[in-house]
Write a protein that binds this ligand. Structure first.
Ligand SMILES: C[S@@+](CC[C@H](N)C(=O)[O-])C[C@H]1O[C@@H](n2cnc3c(N)ncnc32)[C@H](O)[C@@H]1O
Length: 273
């Protein structure tokens, strides 16, 4: 499969065969997405929203206010059987050697607003360890939850995606042990290093969104990533023949998205799945 990337217009950063990646605030982009058109939202919002969380607000009230409008839009644009798969873990507090529970508060608030928890996954991610808070000795944070939530329990969920032989070493029930050793990730990292840039620390290994795109959508469905970052979800959707829409605030990530999509042109073969 060949993917041609072109720059089109100010806000549309990249176009490929099945989708487009846009710059800007995804709330603005979402406002233009038709009702009931999205098969799945697959994303990783910033865990803190727009500000670090301090001990005085350890339950993350400001974070919840920031997150809620996105889920109002997700509710509108999702098909009735569609899911939101979002990675959202706890955070070290910015000013104390302890943790915020804004993720637990968010999931609780979403449930109270009518969202159903289809399933929680746990992503073991030793590559993205954060420094310990304020020099205090604590176990390293190395697991983040990926919540799959929906408007009903009657969702599209293709369990065969979890059972694929190539994924068996990495999928242990709902514990995922993916890392960035796959060929697409390696090609992305090589391209970044050649350009004198560092790989995007907050990105997903390409196999993470690949799994959720296969699990929650059929070929031809529309996949949305409103926090698109390096474009890993968009890239997975493109390769899996799903239509997709990505949006990202930080235009500085353009070389990353190009490197991500360039991983195909680099002649890498198929990976897990
Ligand atoms: C955790 S990163 C996502 C990483 C992504 N999953 C990947 O694999 O590269 C969160 C991203 O959301 C972006 N972001 C935050 N608020 C946004 C908004 N309102 N609209 C679009 N992007 C936003 C940030 O700039 C950041 O790149």
């Amino acid at each position: 499969m060949t993917i041609e990337l072109t720059t089109a217009g100010d806000r549309c950063a990249l176009e490929a065969r099945h989708g487009s990646y846009h710059w800007g605030d995804s709330l603005e982009l979402l406002a233009g997405v038709p009702d009931g058109s999205v098969g799945a939202v697959v994303c990783s919002p910033p865990f803190e929203g727009t500000e670090l969380i301090a001990d005085a607000d350890r339950t993350g009230a400001a974070f919840l206010s920031w997150l809620a409008p996105f889920f109002e839009q997700f509710r509108r644009v999702l098909r009735p059987d569609g899911c939101v798969a979002f990675e959202l873990g706890g955070l070290w507090l910015s000013d104390a050697p302890g943790k915020a529970v804004q993720h637990a508060g968010a999931v609780h608030a979403l449930a109270a607003a009518g969202w159903r928890l289809v399933q929680d996954f746990y992503y073991y991610n030793p590559q993205l360890l954060r420094p310990e808070p304020g020099g205090a000795a604590r176990a390293a944070d190395s697991v983040t939850p990926i919540w799959v939530m929906a408007r009903t329990h009657d969702v599209y969920y293709d369990v065969r995606a979890l059972e694929q032989p190539a994924r068996q070493p990495f999928v242990r029930g709902n514990l995922l042990e993916f890392d960035t050793s796959g060929p697409y990730d390696q090609a992305y990292e090589r391209a970044l290093v050649e350009a004198g840039l560092r790989p995007y620390a907050d990105r997903w290994p390409t196999v993470v969104p690949e799994l959720f795109v296969e699990l929650l959508t059929r070929p031809g469905d529309l996949v949305l990533d409103p926090f698109a970052g390096s474009g890993a979800t968009c890239f997975a959707a493109e390769r899996l023949g799903r239509r997709w829409l990505g949006c990202e605030l930080d235009r500085g990530l353009e070389p990353h998205v190009r490197a991500m999509f360039g991983a195909l042109a680099a002649g890498t073969g198929p990976q897990a799945g």
